[in-house]
Design a protein around this ligand. Structure first.
Ligand SMILES: [Zn+2]
Length: 509
């Protein structure tokens, strides 16, 4: 669907009264936003003395107890009936045993995407026995809807963001888990015994695991909605862990057995080109948490994490994880948030976990409003869908929505945006990101068909398959790219490192 420029601009202006103006496409080189200074809203809740507003929930609506699937369904249905202007409930599919995978949208525009404004998500309980995140997300829903009219910060967040909350991606595993069980793997997997956080396509190594309904539901979901930022809640540790979770095979070892040992036991960091952003996002969570940033080990035998954050592969590498898939395939920045040393603590501890995580959970999502955002359009102001974008020097790309929108979280600095679209001349646009507010950048593309000559053909056509990785060039700095080991190496490495990973998973979460 083409949208005339005037309609786009009018819609943007009308949408919830955002204070900054979208620049017209003719002046698209550097279009910094004005007004709507975000420093107020991102630096702290807007309570008295800039302190977080303590939230005491309405316990008649949501108690601090564990909610089984039926209880959770009842709560979600009742909430969306009571708050129809702020919530919408949908299901992305069913678990193996037929339980709905509920998602609650909380936003001032729950039923429709708000033009120019980011969609973000939280996913809980991908490991069925890691139950705290599931309850935290229910309380998060309750907190957002009950604070909208009283807390200006929450009002700003919901007026400018659509927050999708999936409290349980593994309801079957949850049903097989037991309250009070801090460790172990019972209930971790889906009902067919698959670890859902090892079930996604992998950029670094071939993932031969049979794709599960829960995984397929997520893949379809994030292919439909372009999420900018995501958090996946786990338990069994206290740390924010950022991509990559997997790592290319190191080639400093000569024999496959040495490589296996090296890869498994000397877990080297596997850093993304957006490492500065991922560190910042992780620190945002850890620093706003009651104790995560102290980095204290859960047990004497557990690792401690400096500042409460870690690179995923530096902790332990894994294949088929959800956060690498989000980032590489869809350009969505996802961080794994380990929120409790005990995977399934007794219910009377839930209030403490909520108090510890409440501020982190809010401020993490608000980071979707950092960096650059805008529209890619044709000369008539019509949106260009699926344009491929890349920040120069950062080889994991992203693409525009059907309305031509894009977002990218970036730290303050000077950047170059590279834009490719079928039928248009590629463009580079310089822009700057500042701390106080997102940079608005509109890019007008010129058709490649010229009156004075043949079609312009870009040297490199970006891949166009449905689930395409967002990496422009195969391979990462310092790596041999996908499957850099020989096939023989790969088999041995996979077997050994999977064995090691299972061991580590059962210990750490
Ligand atoms: Zn987990």
């Amino acid at each position: 669907m083409l949208i005339p420029k005037q309609a786009v601009l009018a819609a943007v202006t009308l949408c919830a009264g955002i204070a900054f103006a979208i620049q017209v496409p003719t002046s698209d080189q550097i279009s910094l936003s004005t007004g709507n200074d975000r420093s107020d809203v991102l630096s702290g809740f807007t309570g008295v003395g800039n302190e977080p507003r303590a939230y005491r929930p309405d316990t008649s609506s949501l108690d601090f107890v564990y909610h089984n699937h039926d209880d959770m369904t009842r709560y979600l249905r009742a909430t969306t009936a009571r708050y129809p202007n702020l919530t919408a409930l949908y299901s992305i599919g069913k678990s193996v045993q037929g339980r709905e995978l509920w998602v609650m949208v909380v936003s001032a525009s729950p039923y429709e995407h708000m033009l120019g404004k980011p969609d973000v998500k939280y996913i809980g309980n991908i490991h069925g026995n890691e139950a705290v995140g599931r309850e935290l997300l229910l309380h998060m829903i309750q907190y957002l809807i009950t604070s909208y009219t009283t807390d200006p910060y929450i009002k700003w967040l919901l007026d400018n963001t659509r927050i999708h909350i999936l409290p349980s991606l593994n309801p079957d595993g949850y049903a097989a888990s037991k309250e009070g069980t801090c460790d172990g793997g019972q209930g971790r997997y889906n009902s067919r015994g698959f670890d859902l956080n090892r079930n996604f396509p992998d950029y670094f190594k071939q993932n031969n695991k049979r794709s599960q309904p829960e995984t397929e539901a997520v893949k379809e979901w994030i292919n439909k909605i372009q999420f900018v930022l995501s958090g996946s809640l786990h338990g069994g540790a206290l740390v924010a862990s950022y991509p990559y979770d997997n790592t290319p095979n190191a080639k400093i070892c000569r024999s496959s057995s040495t490589c296996a040992v090296f890869n498994s036991y000397v877990s080297a960091p596997s850093l993304t080109p957006d490492d500065d952003v991922f560190k910042h996002l992780s620190l945002t969570y850890a620093n706003n948490h009651a104790k995560m940033s102290r980095g204290v080990a859960c047990k004497s035998a557990s690792p401690s994490f400096e500042n409460g954050i870690t690179n995923g592969a530096a902790w332990y590498p894994l294949t088929g994880g959800m956060q690498d898939y989000n980032y590489i395939w869809h350009g969505c920045m996802e961080v794994t948030l380990e929120v409790s040393c005990c995977k399934f603590p007794p219910a009377y501890e839930l209030r403490k976990y909520w108090d510890d995580n409440q501020l982190s959970m809010i401020k993490f999502l608000a980071e979707a409003h950092r960096g650059v955002q805008g529209f890619v359009m044709d000369p008539n102001g019509g949106p260009i869908e699926r344009a491929q974008l890349k920040i120069k020097g950062r080889d994991v790309g992203f693409s525009t929505t059907k309305y031509g929108e894009f977002w990218r979280i970036l730290m303050p600095g000077v950047y170059k945006l590279e834009v490719f679209a079928d039928g248009f001349v590629p463009r580079d646009v310089d822009f700057m990101v500042v701390e106080q507010h997102p940079t608005l950048l509109n890019v007008t593309m010129q058709p490649s068909k010229r009156n004075d000559g043949p079609y312009y053909r870009p040297v490199q056509q970006p891949a166009q398959s449905q689930y395409r990785p967002q990496i422009a060039a195969p391979g990462l700095p310092g790596s041999g790219g996908i499957n850099s080991g020989s096939p023989a190496d790969e088999g041995i490495l996979s077997t050994l490192s999977n064995g090691f990973n299972s061991l580590v998973n059962n210990i750490f979460g």
